[in-house]
Design a protein around this ligand. Structure first.
Ligand SMILES: Cc1ncc(COP(=O)(O)O)c(C=O)c1O
Length: 386
């Protein structure tokens, strides 16, 4: 007689894993999937410029799709096999011009880009220095690489310089990686100074620009493209789509195509995704009203913090990410819930995503948020925490 699934030992979830879920539950940090609530005011998505719903971007994408005779939908294979269709090659040429880079390599996501880059470049005799608050994709890439690695204190150039000075003669190559805008804190690295410091110590600088393009800058550190070893731009934030590009030299591209496993062993992005990503860039290239509106909203938000006695709770940030540090998973969840009941979609960021004691509400601002939405949300927040 066939066993019922729940009697089959293979279907009994291992105890060790159950315990880990129980631990998450006890810490108030159990993650689960929730459907979005479109009726709420969006202070939470990464769609900073509203491009995911932009009709002009959709129209441009359709034009691109129609311009290519090949009517593929899926990419049909890895870039190294059947997936290297004309449009993706042309899009990469466009990106190289747009961001003033010698070469561009498109990946399926920012996560894949960081994972593939960092895991493949770091050799056994190398060192990778990274900001302690770098994104999980960067840390996972480093963990998979053969290189030695150390973190430096968040945005602390002095600490980075001490480490560069200490290690400069001990490794073949030193890589330094940071983010232009940090995803959980919203603050910015002084990237020009990083470029200078890396230059001084002959270290290779890598910059993740996932949250800076379209929020604090239009093309990121384009004027330093010759000095930066690799720049990572993602399409899932301001471009409202999905995917990423690594900008760098022709040699870097050849290297990634040969050694970055998250590029090689995966199906290429679909034709529709590529058309959408290209369309987002074409639209953004000549329409800055959304960028200007977002910048105004960020300034307005910062002014309103002062008026509502909230400045002290927020991490100093000029970007679209504004984080209100509250502390304690349960407390943050409760305030987030109350804001959601008032109609504002503001999400809690819990430990272990952020360090214990630094749990926070993260406001993501958009070009399409109104001044009234911002001021009302902050008045409510002030009532809840002051
Ligand atoms: C700094 C940073 N880099 C990379 C990524 C990953 O990008 P993607 O969402 O395209 O995988 C994120 C995503 O949140 C991020 O915040």
């Amino acid at each position: 007689m066939m066993k019922k699934p729940n009697q089959n030992p293979k279907f009994i979830f291992p105890d060790s894993l159950k315990q880990k879920l129980t631990q998450r539950l006890e810490e108030g940090a159990l993650r689960s999937l929730k459907r979005p609530s479109p009726e709420l005011i969006d202070f939470s998505s990464n769609d900073y410029l509203g491009f995911s719903k932009n009709k002009f971007v959709s129209d441009f994408a359709l034009e691109k799709l129609n311009a290519y005779s090949n009517k593929l939908h899926g990419a049909t294979g890895s870039r190294l096999l059947t997936g290297n269709y004309d449009m993706i090659e042309d899009f990469e040429s466009f990106l190289s011009q747009y961001y003033d880079s010698e070469a561009s390599t498109v990946f399926n996501s920012g996560y894949d880009a960081n994972l593939g880059l960092l895991s493949s470049v770091g050799q056994r005799q190398d060192l990778i220095l990274y900001d302690e608050l770098c994104h999980a994709s960067i840390r996972d890439g480093i963990a998979l690489s053969k290189a030695k690695s150390y973190k430096f204190q968040h945005n602390n150039l002095k600490d980075l310089e001490d480490k560069l000075a200490k290690f400069q003669n001990q490794f073949d190559t030193i890589y330094v990686i940071t983010e232009h805008v940090f995803s959980m804190d919203g603050d910015s690295a002084d990237v020009e100074k990083f470029v200078d410091l890396c230059d001084q110590y002959a270290a290779y600088f890598i910059l993740d620009e996932a949250h800076s393009i379209g929020t604090i800058s239009k093309k990121g550190l384009v004027s330093y493209s010759q000095e930066i070893f690799a720049r990572i731009i993602t399409f899932g934030k301001s471009f409202g789509s999905h995917g990423a590009v690594i900008l760098g030299s022709n040699d870097l591209k050849a290297y990634l195509v040969n050694y970055a496993k998250s590029f090689i062993y995966t199906t290429a992005p679909s034709v529709e995704t590529t058309a959408r990503n290209w369309a987002g860039h074409l639209y953004f290239e000549s329409n800055f009203q959304d960028f200007d509106a977002l910048r105004q909203n960020i300034d307005y938000f910062r002014d309103q913090l002062g008026l509502n006695n909230l400045t002290g709770f927020f991490i100093d940030s000029q970007s679209a990410i504004q984080s209100c540090v509250i502390g304690g998973n349960e407390k943050v969840k409760s305030i987030s819930k109350q804001l959601q009941q008032e109609g504002y979609d503001v999400r809690p960021i819990l430990s272990p995503t952020v360090p214990k004691g630094k749990e926070r509400l993260r406001f993501c601002l958009h070009s399409f948020n109104t001044k009234q939405e911002i001021s009302k949300a902050l008045i409510k927040l002030s009532e809840l925490i002051n």
